[in-house]
Design a protein around this ligand. Structure first.
Ligand SMILES: Nc1ncnc2c1ncn2[C@@H]1O[C@H](COP(=O)(O)OP(=O)(O)OP(=O)(O)O)[C@@H](O)[C@H]1O
Ligand SMILES: [Mg+2]
Length: 279
């Protein structure tokens, strides 16, 4: 579905991506983690054809991003870090405009519009000019535009940024519900967001992939299956192994494991040294 091979991207002397390779298969959800400046957004911009790689290749459904960028864009819904919203339009005008630009019209446009408005919780804001929207509603509008043409692939750069806790749960549920039909890459700084949505993560640091796999495998690689950390959690889980308590402990375990794995794999340096890893 998405194949990234040996991609390098430089900005002057900064190597934003250094020989990055990974693949995403149909129906997979991938959590993209890394400290500030790691290269997450750069990788997403290259996959979505908004930046060209200096070296390496990216194909989407076998189509090369440099050879046929428009064909690639049609298959992808992209929520960029800063969504280019047309501030003079209201939410409805904007989403209809984007829908038409992506080839929707008539009943199909209406069906997709209604679905996106509902799914992204925008019902109350339709007539509001975009420049009056709160940050969270701007983000939801950005998400709606990524979904409007019902793409097979979603590339979401920090989709929950600026959202309130309830809406974060809503977006998490939305991503999960889309997973059966779509392939999704989402980036986040909030490690706790990953395990409820997917168990596959890539951790990127200083432009290099430092981990790619299932959370449980990565934790084993980082700490060993028999670490004290694992044993403490197993003991707690055993003590609480009743009904919902066990489920809660399992989730907590996944969260802690990912957090420790992330820190272990990225603490050697990093462009965003020491600040905001948990922001
Ligand atoms: N247009 C640009 N010009 C120059 N340098 C850039 C540009 N875009 C990104 N960079 C640099 O490339 C590196 C990777 O940036 P990128 O935005 O991909 O990181 P990120 O992982 O998305 O970080 P964040 O978590 O802060 O969003 C950083 O050092 C950044 O300063
Ligand atoms: Mg970014």
């Amino acid at each position: 579905m998405i194949e990234v091979r040996d991609v390098t991207k430089r900005f002057g002397t900064t190597v934003a991506l250094n020989s990055v390779s990974f693949r995403l298969d149909q129906g997979e959800i991938l959590g993209f983690l890394g400290p500030n400046g790691a290269g997450k957004s750069t990788a997403m911009k290259i996959i979505t054809t908004f930046l060209a790689p200096d070296e390496g290749t990216v194909t989407v459904d076998g189509v090369d991003v440099l050879e046929q960028p428009l064909a690639v864009r049609g298959r992808i819904g992209y929520l960029p870090e800063s969504v280019p919203l047309y501030v003079d339009m209201n939410v409805q005008e904007y989403l209809e405009f984007v829908g038409r630009a992506r080839g929707l019209e008539g009943a199909r446009l209406k069906t997709r519009f209604d679905w996106c408005v509902q799914a992204c919780g925008l019902v109350t804001e339709l007539k509001r000019p975009i420049n009056e929207l709160s940050k969270g509603f701007r983000q939801r509008t950005g998400l709606a535009q990524a979904l409007i043409h019902d793409p097979d692939i979603l590339i979401l750069d920090e989709p929950t940024s600026g959202l309130d806790p309830l809406q974060i749960l809503g977006i998490r549920d939305l991503i999960r519900s889309l997973a059966s039909q779509k392939s999704i890459i989402f980036s986040t700084h909030i490690l706790q967001e990953v395990p409820p949505v997917t168990d596959r993560v890539i951790i990127i640091n200083e432009g290099r992939i430092v981990a790619d796999g299932k959370i449980a495998e990565l934790t084993r690689q980082a700490f060993g299956a028999d670490s004290q950390f694992e044993r403490d959690l197993e003991a707690a889980a055993a003590a609480l192994a009743r009904g919902h308590a066990a489920e809660a402990v399992a989730m907590q375990k996944a969260r802690l494991a990912l957090e420790d794995t992330f820190i272990a794999l990225t603490k050697q340096g990093g462009r965003g040294k020491g600040v905001g890893l948990h922001a």
